[in-house]
Write a protein that binds this ligand. Structure first.
Ligand SMILES: Nc1nc2c([nH]c(=O)n2[C@H]2C[C@H](O)[C@@H](COP(=O)(O)OP(=O)(O)OP(=O)(O)O)O2)c(=O)[nH]1
Ligand SMILES: [Mg+2]
Length: 130
């Protein structure tokens, strides 16, 4: 999920001991059986960050094949609800808020590069809601 706040986007560093440890990602996680992307996102954010969000738009799905696993990311653009607590890193090594122009200055997980491209396209198109 691309969580926007004050013209910045939240990124999270994956913790030691997991796939892609040390790499940065957009918070979120796997769908559990029967969940749609929005339901999974709200659950994961509660677990990972302790914050509440509102979805603004859904971007096109981004499949990626790592050596050990293949994934499909379903990127959503979101904002914090007005009364949400600030995100805190319950499961990540660190969090950071970056302006969109700086998102390619950190080591993002390879699967996130097409996500970033789709987000920039969406911004250029005038942020259409879906
Ligand atoms: N959540 C998330 N996962 C990503 C991104 N980019 C990327 O390559 N991944 C990979 C990392 C994992 O291999 C996989 C799904 O991650 P996940 O958050 O559901 O699971 P996880 O590895 O953190 O472990 P767990 O929650 O099952 O304990 O997708 C991203 O931007 N966000
Ligand atoms: Mg996760």
């Amino acid at each position: 999920m691309l969580l926007e706040h004050n013209d910045r986007v939240l990124i999270a560093q994956r913790p030691a001991g997991k796939h892609l440890a040390g790499w940065w990602e957009f918070p979120g996680g796997k769908l559990e059986a029967g969940e749609d992307a929005a339901t999974a996102l709200h659950r994961e954010l509660d677990e990972e960050l302790g914050c509440c969000i509102e979805v603004i738009a859904a971007l096109p799905a981004c499949p990626h094949r790592y050596e050990t696993v293949s994934i499909v990311l379903h990127p959503l653009v979101a904002r914090l609800t007005p009364d949400s607590p600030a995100p805190s890193p319950h499961e990540h090594a660190a969090l950071d808020w970056l302006p969109v122009e700086q998102l390619d200055t950190v080591p993002l997980a390879a699967a996130d590069l097409p996500v970033l491209a789709a987000y920039r396209t969406w911004l250029r198109q005038g942020r259409p809601s879906t």
